[in-house]
Design a binder for this molecule. Sequence first.
Ligand SMILES: [Zn+2]
Length: 483
Amino acid sequence: MSRYPPLTQEQDSRVTKLVDLLQETYLPLPPQLQELQRLTPLAEEQKASTSHNPVRQYCYCFLISREWDLQKAFEMMQLTVRYRAEHRLDGQRVFPCAISCKGWDQEAIRKALAKGEGTEESLQPRPTDQRLDRLCAGIAPFFSYGFHKWDKFGQPVLYMMIGTVDEPGLLESLRHMANVGQSAEAVLWEVVLHILAVGESLQMYQQLQYSAGALKVDAADGLIRSATIVIDLKGLTYKMLWKPALDLFMNTLREIFKYYPQCMYQILIVNSPAMVMFAYKIVRGVLPPGVQQKVHIANEADTPEALKKWLDEDCLPDFYGGTCHCDGGCIHGFDPTKKEKTVTATETTDSASTAAHDEDERNGTVRPEFVETEDITLKAGYHHKRVFPLKNREKAVWEFVSSNARNVTFAKYFVPEANAKEVNWAKAQTSKLEPFLVSKASLSEGSDEYTAAADGVIVLVWDNRQSWFTAKHLQMKVFKNDN
Ligand SMILES: [Zn+2]
């Protein structure tokens, strides 16, 4: 996939119109653009090219982000310029940065990007005893993320290990670090601004390196001005779809799309559990086509292959099947051998959580993180049944996928306490359950929950009796949730 698909004549003329608006409105040009021009000396033949010319490319990004609507693109440009000025985002010192950033010599980047002239201060390294450093250190035990090398086009790659985020811990630490009256979201935004600033600097440095012939990547079609995002969902559990955490994540994304045009080239969602693949298929249709094209999603088995499509092996961390082994790990603080996030002060210790596990087993509930994925083979003419006694308001949760996307009949029944008493569940025939049917459908995958409205028994049945010949293979997770 090309980073810069060919423009139509109409699109190219809109770029020219936005360049005119830019030059009428800003004299001198916005500082960010001046910086991009300074670091991108232009060959004569590149002056007319939108993807190589810093001014035209700058305007192009706003147009792409606003789906070629000239007026909206111009409004976004003005908003961005104002926002960057208010928050002094241009000319700030970035390196050494406060986040994990592996694969570069940060001192070399700092020197390469430093202005020849300029104040003495702007040439100095960033002081590392700032509020920003305390914020990043405060978040680190709960969330691993960082820049690591680049993709086949030379774009820096940002990894976010979302599957191992300790959401309550992260939110609590953000609240602890907030200034009086400041929201957790606003604290996180301070860190996000730094991540974005690091990303912008890395892109400029990658372009410099490429122009100097020091970087062997496929960047001939245009300037390196975006990053690739890898979102790793390994370890994600049903419980993590927790509203306060989702709100925090979505609102942060919304802010990024508001002020940062075209900052992500693509989003690779890897090690995705079945329930997310399932949910994404549903939401995909409502995303704008531009966003749909950016998102690629892979389950655990397909992850190394999916990443190698976009990243060379020497740029890919070893835990994804690449050959890179950075000192201290490719993503600082991330331990790929651990299923759970490193134990921290606010978490239970191993023995305590094992005790909690035993306790849960005794009262019949299991924590999602202890639920193992089961592989079930349904022979032709057979069915698979799971039975959970539920008290009022208790919940059963499930997700399943059939291999080769073959449908099975999935039914759920809820039998009230009074009717459930005499039933021998091991032997009960599903035909006897029909009066208690809640729903039945022919599906190849599903992810849902059922909350009991009274004491009783939930029965989940996967049925392959319609089939005379074909065995179906199901991967499933089913559990009773304790909250
Ligand atoms: Zn590495």
